[in-house]
Design a protein around this ligand. Structure first.
Ligand code: PLP
Length: 355
């Protein structure tokens, strides 16, 4: 039996469109900042990718700043004006959480960093709007909103312009692009300090020669992902996920499907299996030929209960018993049923051993 990759929220397979665009980029010698013909050809490729990403996330091309990924893009939270506090949604990814900054009432402004779709549970949560507009977090009003749209892009409709956000972070490898490239989206006119200092690339907002190969792959993947989304490909993915959910939930009535009933990404299933540790599940499934995750990829390897699940009200034991299965287009009903059988059998064995 061949292996089955069911960890799409950690990273996705490279799309053929991205591979082809990257191969073309490899044949270009020019630096996009050079004025000669070779440089202009590289620049044209860079700007094409910028337009593709802008179209996929619903912003203007000059609002797209290419980075090495969402984590680097989130560094903008440490480049805000002096005295600006950063409020962070507790279910947000570590790359936002790491920037939590509260100055104890002396703040001159607030930025709310908010994860639109959660990587561990798939739960989609709109940022809290205040009654008079703006963003309200607890009793604090945020002047600016940074949205983490990493897991949403390509899976659910999203428009930066419509969202009202001031900034957003994106990562290419979550929608079929290569790893190590992403973007910071910044609303036109927003005054933020450059992510890095030097040559003034990326409209003076991220210095350093651009990763043209990765960026070309990101642009092609963004365009293809937007096309697939419009064609309804993810509606089919949701149907397969729902089959998977009923297969796993049928094994015992004690499992908890996290986020069931809430708005959710079409591809994600987060299941708490009482009496069976998440890490043990991942290892058992790996040996059986399936790649799944116990939590976010970034926290795997570190044995600590998920902050996301804890903040949703699950206790420490429950948070440590969660498995995340995340799928994508091309994963079939047969595939998830095969996984369901293997998981159910392994769970029964684990419970018998514990009894
Ligand atoms: N935000 C979310 C919701 C994610 O799932 C991830 C990756 O797991 C990131 C941010 C960070 O992306 P990257 O590691 O590509 O910078």
């Amino acid at each position: 039996m061949s292996r089955l990759y069911l960890d799409w929220n950690a990273t996705t397979p490279l799309r053929p469109e991205a591979r082809a665009a990257m191969a073309s980029a490899m044949d270009l010698v020019g630096n996009p900042s050079s004025v000669h013909a070779e440089g202009r050809a590289a620049k044209a490729m860079l700007e094409r990718a910028r337009a593709q990403v802008a179209a996929a996330v619903g912003c203007a091309p000059d609002e797209v700043i290419f980075t090495s990924g969402a984590t680097e893009a989130a560094m903008v939270l440490s480049r805000l004006p002096a005295g600006h506090d950063v409020l962070v949604d507790p279910t947000a990814h570590d790359c936002l959480w790491a920037h939590l900054r509260t100055g104890g009432g002396a703040a001159v402004g607030h930025t709310l960093a908010w994860g639109l779709a959660n990587n561990e549970t798939g739960v989609i949560a709109e940022p809290p709007r205040g009654a008079e507009g703006g963003w309200l977090y607890g009793d604090r009003k945020a002047d600016w909103l940074l949205l983490d749209i990493v897991q949403a892009v390509g899976k659910v409709p999203f428009s930066f312009a419509w969202s009202g956000a001031d900034m957003a972070v994106v990562s290419a490898h979550k929608f079929g692009g290569p790893k190590g490239v992403g973007a910071l989206i910044v609303r036109g006119g927003l005054d933020i300090t450059s992510l890095s200092l030097g040559g003034g690339q990326e409209m003076g907002r991220r210095a350093g020669t651009e990763n043209l190969i990765g960026i070309a792959g990101m642009g092609a993947a963004a365009e293809a992902a937007a096309r697939d989304l419009a064609a309804g490909v993810w509606d089919e993915v949701a149907e397969i996920r729902n089959i998977l959910e009923s297969e796993l939930s049928a094994s015992t009535n004690k499992t908890i499907s996290v986020g069931n009933g809430l708005p959710r990404l079409p591809n994600t299933l987060c299941l708490i299996a009482p009496g069976w540790k998440g890490e043990t599940q991942v290892m058992a499934m790996d040996l059986a030929g399936f790649a799944v995750s116990a939590g976010s990829a970034c926290s795997s390897g570190k044995v600590r209960p998920s902050r996301v699940l804890r903040s949703m009200g699950f206790d420490e034991a429950q948070a440590a018993q969660a498995i995340r299965v995340s799928i994508g287009p091309g994963v079939t009903k047969d595939d998830v049923q095969r996984f369901g059988r293997a998981w159910t059998a392994a769970y029964a064995k684990a419970l018998a051993r514990a009894a």
